[in-house]
Design a protein around this ligand. Sequence first.
Ligand code: 6GP
Length: 827
Amino acid sequence: MTTQTRSASSRKAPATSKALQQKILHHLHTTQGTYPEKASALAWWEATAAAINEFVMAGLTDTQKTHSRYDTRAVNYLSMEFLMGRLLSNNLHNLHLFETTDKALAALGQNLTDILEQEPDMALGNGGLGRLAACFLDSLATLNYPAVGYGIHYEHGLFEQHFRNGRQIERPDDWREYGNPWEVCRPESVQQIKLYGYVETVYEDGRARKVWHPGRNIKAVPWDIPVVGYNGANVNILRLWESRATDFFDWDVFNAGGYVDAQIEQAEAEAISKVLYPNDETEAGKELRLIQQYFFSAASLADIVRRYQRAHGDDWTQFPKLVAIQLNDTHPAVAIPELMRILIDDKDMDWNHAWQLCHQVFSYTNHTLLPEALEKWDLHLFEKVLPRHLELIYEINHHFLTEEVEQKWPGDDGVKSRLSIIEEGARRMVRMGHLSVIGSHRVNGVAEVHSELVKSDLFPDFHALWPHKLTNVTNGITPRRWLKACNPRLAELIDRHASKDWPVRLDKLQKLTDLADDARFQNAFMKIKHENKEELADVIKALTGIEVDPGAIFDIQIKRLHEYKRQHLNLLHILALYRRLLENPDHDMVPRVFIFGAKAAPGYRLAKDIIFAINKVADRINNDERVGGKLKVVMLPNYRVSLAEKMIPAADVSEQISTAGKEASGTGNMKLALNGALTIGTLDGANIEIAEEAGEDNVFIFGLTVDEVKALNSRGYNPYDYYLNDAELKAVVDWLDTDYFTPGQPGALSSIKHSLLDGGDPFLVLADFRSYAEAQLKVDARYRDRKAWARSAIINTATMGKFNSDRSIQDYVDRIWKLKPYPRDNA
Ligand code: 6GP
């Protein structure tokens, strides 16, 4: 068996366009029950998906057979979020069927691009963490590693964002209202999940045994989404659990007259997988959220154990050899006591044996240092929902504190209370981060600087206790979706100038650096950028009515709205430019279009105020003749994966301006640089590694470093020091207090000013303002030198090889999962 991924060129499309045309027609008739003259665009999309699914399902079957024939070790990736986006275009690319399908549909009088637009995004995630999980699934399948993604089959993914008078309003996302052609329900693998109730100790043969009498039973129904590797390599499974009432409808209660009660039970059960919590990087702390976490962790573990026992019965020796479980942040951390519960209570294993297995199987990725995201559960809530698990956590904690901590630091109560899973205080809390570290054999951060901060600031005592446990795996992105599929023109140019297997060997783009000074290549590269900008200009016009000039610099900030990501720093700088133009209409600047995409958590007031402010400033500037077309501001509504795919290829400038130490890694930074955008950014997260790869000349670094941020904070940061000493900064901050941007409503934007001054400016926006504005001048100057700009853009594309998610996955495999690749038989 080869362990290599086949090279791109050795793969041919598995069907001709004629054959595909027949398949699509066949499905239009027999699956959709319609015919070409009558079919809607949606029906064409469904029929096309059904035709492609024939190849997908064949690959899935062969892959699953291969895995079971070789009894493969697999990683089980547990994540509350998978932000998959659209699947048709991705599957077509990965199967090398894109051109063939394009032709087949054209022959049927249809346009593939329009048909692709029919597909709703699978938005089962908030942002970085969920999109990373999706890129990882793509890479795992591409590299032929056995893997299963486990998550929740949310009925409603991340809300749809609309603007009303500039304010964000949320509408439910109905991604599967009319069904979804990719998913397969697997009733044969349904699981029963217990909740609430009490624990009884029973004595049998002189031994105490714990019996959990649940107060509720919920059914977990699995839906499988095939994940197609590039080159049609393996097809892995993303298994998403849907919650249902156990007795779907309680006829006894119903017949006894309890109509409402019977339905309430059903509604409560279904509520579990009803909706994705829309909070990015904030802990929700709500009972339903804990139940969601347990629900999908328990269903996944039951599934993992079932699959294992099918091959190995009660022989547990192979379990840690065949099973790796990755916890995507702490959200699935309850899987640790759940596995203990299964082994001890259900399988009758002794504590030490169970813990030994558990510990070998789990590993945990930390995705943020923000204190508000570090999950803690109120102990009483935890006990109410999961009484048996709390007991097990106490026991895990007891073993840990008395055996490991006491040995290393005898008699040190301070360190014990810092390391305890239970936080003492007015309200006792269960610390899920601690549980995850203690229960895992490896813990990783997601970029070099972040992993260092995990060691030094977040878990220093754990690091002292287990110096080899904490490690780094720098994030990555799949070049298939984020270059080949979303930027076909650039992909084609690269095909002609670099080795054709770049979609799997992204490091081979390095060859393009030789062409960075080649005038013809520069022109070709910049022409493509311009065409992509023209396309985005059309999208902007269609979505907002705003006309933008593709000749201007397209400066893009796309990511969730958060104070730490500092969209308001960008906004203050826009106000400064506007002010300069008003003061001097001849002010010399390259025309610039600032483009934002961002959703705010519905309960995050200031984030929503910042969106409102961007929209209001945009209204005013875009309609002000005096700026002479030099400045435009656009906030695109409903930012999501499929919109990112249109924005990223068109970016000249990538805004990565978080407060140093706050952005764990970032992955949008990688996507934008790969598509030839120049980063303006702080030395934070993966920006540092991007600058290392591209060279500091090809990025615009500004602002305080992690150490400077720490030093300033410990000296005592006073935002007034900056506000009062920088006239331009003061003027733009004060502008927010007027009604200039919100006529008749003075103070409508004041909350931002307030947070920056009296609120203490927790993310040091004012401290970094001047340095940011200066870096922006350098951006302007570089852009005027078209050759220099083209050179930097090309070098950015050429040097992003490191950020291939295949490399991240290989790092996980080498450092943590220890998997072997298994290309499928019959491939
Ligand atoms: C994010 C981090 O903020 C981002 O920097 C990183 O690139 C991404 O994870 C993937 O690692 N964190 C989250 O989205 C989150 O919810 C709990 O963390």
